[in-house]
Design a protein. Structure first.
Length: 650
């Protein structure tokens, strides 16, 4: 029996996989030509019928069509809509409503009309940054259906208590709805609708809609998104890589601006603690001027790629950078050299969830991270700490800049697995750092650990039964903030950790050892033991070989990052956290990223409640067969990073 996925669920799942647009010729002007360069987030579906047909043929599409998914999918859809409406406007348009209305491109945008709005009374900058939301739908040949939709919207908005009025926008008839203020709202929610030039425009900012109508008349905005240099660079790179393959989705973000818009939608800037967004801007990370990409479903010469995604992060040389450098201050840590793919060492176990290998200039990174640490502490503490570790009679008396850093290589590996039964601690991670002088690094690290009150010696054995020296550390707190760079199958964006005062995350039984040419640091003793005793290495796994073959066919050669993942195992912890209503407490990498994205604009909330009713989520065993292996590679270019990735059928 064939299950047909609802249109609403297709859009939501596609938006979660990633987001984007295309150069498909349509009667109405492309949305990227009409939207201004103040657009901070942009998603375009150039041909939704084609997207739907291809998505349905993927394993994820098959899962989405299954009856077991429908209760959860309906709830997810509602929560997704509510989240988009958090900042101000309920446009009153359900995704399903567009089924008979679109005749071409569907585009969604988040904008920041004014970077620094001023209070007209005081002349001072407002705490709440400006924000706008826009929906643009090509209704070529569907004017009658679009008018019916507006009639339906009118009924819904009035039933919600909105006050309706008619308006003229550059001579075009439109409708305005003003909603009663809810408790805690600073400004009334407003929604505008109009039809012009075979396009339906819906949004919450009259100035933005006015500029769009002017752009329609002129054929293009005065300073369009399509003419914005970061947008041009991103789309040019991914289109070149696609070699003529028309994307099903196209997306673009200006990362720092997008975070500001999402905060503004939720009521304003962070009120408490260190603002890491501002810190990263001041540290030069705004060099990442834009990111975006394209996504295809059921792609490849033989449709072997369930999902094929390409993205580019545009980061040209900072004009204030010193000669020979690309960036300034802390941003100089973003040095990821290219090289041959790093084959998994023999000690990498087959039974894992993810394998990530990358190259990192450790020497320079150590020098440049100082400014980030000092900025976060609001004090020049970095050198003081290094000096204390070297000279304090009660300390280890280790000169880290001289005794350790010069002997670190540039290869880094990060693996993870999942132990059952699933709890918040089930995802285990192990970091491996290449070292060029084992004896030197071991002497220095062991000296530090002998001086650490929470550390105790640990005897472990390798796969051949040889004993290895190791150390176990109990209840170590992760005190520093983390910066997550969202990567595979998600928009390239910076997601900052919350900086409010809260209980620090703890690693229950961290373990450290040196094996071969690697310094191994594991979040759990169990994973370190499993790694050292493995006799079935990852490189021989059939799914790993399949993914590597696919990536090689897509051009993998000289790379700075490479990743392999089993999406079922990667999702296992998140699935259980959702099902047991513990998602806000999730400590898995995927869970942390999801929680931080969901919390943007709500950073003042010390404890967030789970908003999804996941009691309707199908059992993991029913979902796992639809979640195939995935991988990606990243190449460092002189003005950014190019990523190519795939998800294969299981």
């Amino acid at each position: 029996m064939k299950f047909r996925m609802p249109l609403s669920l297709r859009l939501v799942l596609c938006a979660i996989c990633v987001t984007a647009s295309s150069t498909l010729a349509v009667a109405a002007p492309p949305a990227a030509d009409l939207l201004p360069a103040t657009t901070k987030g942009f998603v375009s579906l150039p041909d939704f019928d084609e997207l739907s047909a291809r998505f349905d043929e993927t394993q994820l599409g098959e899962l989405a069509q299954h009856d077991d998914m429908k209760p959860f999918a309906d709830d997810l859809l509602q929560q997704f809509k509510d989240r988009l409406s958090d900042g101000g406007v309920k446009l009153g348009i359900k995704i399903d409503d567009l089924k008979d209305v679109y005749g071409g491109e569907i585009a969604f945008a988040l904008l920041q009309p004014e970077a620094d709005p001023i209070d007209e009374k005081t002349g001072k900058p407002l705490d709440n940054l400006s924000h706008a939301m826009m929906l643009i739908v090509d209704i070529t040949g569907k004017r009658k259906e679009a008018n019916k939709l507006l009639t339906k919207i009118d009924k819904n908005q009035v039933e919600q208590g909105a006050t309706k009025s008619t308006i003229k926008v550059e001579g075009v008839d439109g409708v305005k709805y003003v909603f009663p203020k809810k408790k805690g709202e600073v400004e009334a929610r407003v929604a505008y609708y109009l039809i012009n030039k075979d396009q339906l425009l819906a949004g919450d900012n009259l100035d933005v809609i006015t500029e769009l109508v002017k752009a329609q008349a002129a054929g293009k905005a005065a300073e369009p998104l399509s003419g914005f240099t970061p947008y041009i660079e991103v789309q040019t790179r991914v289109d070149k890589a696609a070699a003529g393959l028309a994307p099903n989705i196209r997306w673009f973000i200006e990362p720092f601006g997008l975070v500001e818009v999402l905060r503004a939608q939720a009521g304003g800037r962070k009120k408490r603690g260190k603002d890491l967004l501002k810190l990263l801007q001041e540290e030069g990370f705004e060099a990442i001027q834009g990111g975006g990409g394209i996504v295809n479903f059921n792609a490849g010469p033989n449709k072997e790629f369930d999902i094929l995604h390409r993205s580019f992060a545009y980061a040209p040389t900072d004009e204030n950078a010193e000669a020979g450098a690309r960036f300034v201050r802390g941003a100089r840590v973003m040095d990821f050299p290219n090289g041959a793919a790093i084959a998994p060492p023999a000690w990498i176990p087959q039974d894992l969830a993810t394998y990530l290998a990358f190259r990192f200039d450790m020497q320079d990174a150590f020098k440049y991270v100082k400014t980030i640490v000092n900025a976060y502490a609001d004090d020049e503490i970095f050198d003081e700490v290094m000096l204390s570790l070297k000279e304090d009679n009660l300390g280890p008396q280790v000169d880290i800049p001289q005794d350790i850093i010069p002997y670190l290589g540039e290869e880094v590996i990060l693996i993870s697995d999942c132990v059952q039964p699933v709890t918040t601690e089930s995802e285990r991670r192990l970091l491996a750092i290449e070292i060029t002088d084992v004896a030197q690094v071991k002497a220095a690290v062991w000296k530090i650990l002998k001086n650490e009150p929470n550390a105790e010696p640990l005897k472990l054995k390798d796969a051949d039964g040889n004993e290895l020296e190791a150390w176990k550390l109990e209840e170590i707190e992760e005190e520093l903030p983390t910066l997550t760079i969202v990567g595979p199958t998600m928009p390239t964006a910076l997601v900052m950790a919350n900086a409010q005062e809260e209980e620090a995350a703890k690693m229950p039984n961290m373990a450290i050892t040196i094996h071969d040419k690697w310094l191994l640091v594991s979040s759990h003793v169990g994973l370190l033991e499993k790694t050292l005793q493995t006799k079935a290495d990852l490189a021989a796994a059939s799914d790993y070989v399949r993914v590597q073959t696919a990536l090689t066919s897509l051009g993998m050669n000289q790379v700075s990052f490479q990743q392999f993942g089993r999406t079922d195992e990667s999702f296992r912890v998140t699935h259980e956290m959702l099902r047991t209503n513990q998602m806000p407490q999730s400590k898995s990498l995927l869970g942390v990223v999801i929680n931080r994205i969901w919390a943007i604009g709500h950073e003042d909330e010390k404890h967030r409640m789970q908003e999804l009713d996941a009691s309707k989520l199908p059992a993991f065993e029913k979902m796992a067969p639809y979640l195939g292996p995935a991988g990606l590679f990243v190449t460092t270019e002189n003005d950014g990073w190019m990523e190519t990735g795939v998800t294969l059928r299981k």
